[in-house]
Design a protein around this ligand. Structure first.
Ligand code: CTP
Ligand code: MG
Length: 235
């Protein structure tokens, strides 16, 4: 079974602050998106990468892919994205050719995921899991609250879920292609990851160990950390 990676990269990056779309912001002088594409293409399992670009920047993304050295054995396709992450992933799935039975969905905003994590996800799908997510234990205790009517006001705490049973999940998430396509055709709720759509179909999702370096660049401090991780790798 061949494996394709879909990279949703069409977000603005509102939480990162003003500037270029997040995927085009640079890390170590190279656009975040190129790091993410390389992280997928470095896996020997991956032979197609579909980049879902900010609609106004699709041509620039194509130019960037052609300008950077990427593995020859992998093909790269660019499509314009949508209003939500979910829509963007769907637009990527829509252009997958036949023959790719395993699909990875990987956030452009996780540029530094190690190839071993990518391979572990593919391996678990090959072993028969319809959906696989890299997961890490939480460092912080998590509280469920009653959201404040006015932002910034104190919020009543409702519950404290047992932290030992909670995991923070990352990408790439790996799927049996037909299952993921069906999930995207069926589930219309707003979701923040693809695996939760599989859960809503009542199908099994399993975890493999995630990696600290697969963290998502969301806020300005994450850029500082990403630059530091990259600098350490280049030593
Ligand atoms: N994404 C996308 N299309 C959208 C929204 C998000 O392809 N309409 C992608 C982002 O480009 C990112 C991934 O989904 O790679 C994870 O989303 P997130 O970290 O929330 O990125 P943004 O939505 O860009 O950031 P923010 O929510 O702060 O605006
Ligand atoms: Mg977002």
């Amino acid at each position: 079974a061949r494996t394709a990676a879909v990279i949703p990269a069409a977000g603005r990056g509102v939480r990162l602050g003003p500037g270029a779309p997040k995927a085009l912001r640079t890390l170590g002088g190279t656009p975040m998106l190129i790091h993410a594409v390389r992280a997928m293409a470095d896996s020997r399992a991956v032979s197609l990468v579909v980049v879902v670009a900010p609609p106004e920047d699709a041509a620039e993304v194509r130019t960037l892919l052609d300008a950077h050295a990427l593995p020859d054995r992998t093909e790269f396709v660019v499509v314009p994205g949508g209003e939500t992450r979910q829509e963007s992933v769907k637009l990527g799935l829509d252009v997958l050719p036949p023959g790719f039975d395993i699909v990875l969905v990987h956030d452009a905003a996780r540029p530094l995921v190690p190839v071993d994590t990518v391979d572990a996800v593919v391996e678990a799908v090959r072993d028969g899991a319809p959906a696989v997510v890299p997961a890490l234990p939480l460092a912080d205790t998590v509280k469920q609250v009653e959201p404040a009517a006015v932002p910034g006001e104190p919020e009543p705490v409702v519950a404290t879920p047992d932290r030992s049973l909670l995991r923070a999940v990352q990408t790439p998430q790996g799927f049996d292609r037909d299952t993921l396509v069906r999930a995207h055709e069926t589930v219309t709720d707003n979701v923040t990851d693809d695996a939760s759509m599989i859960e809503q179909l009542g199908l099994a999702v399993v975890t493999v160990p995630g990696h600290e370096e697969a963290f998502k660049v969301t806020r300005p401090l994450d850029l500082v950390l990403a630059e530091a991780v990259l600098a350490r790798r280049r030593l």
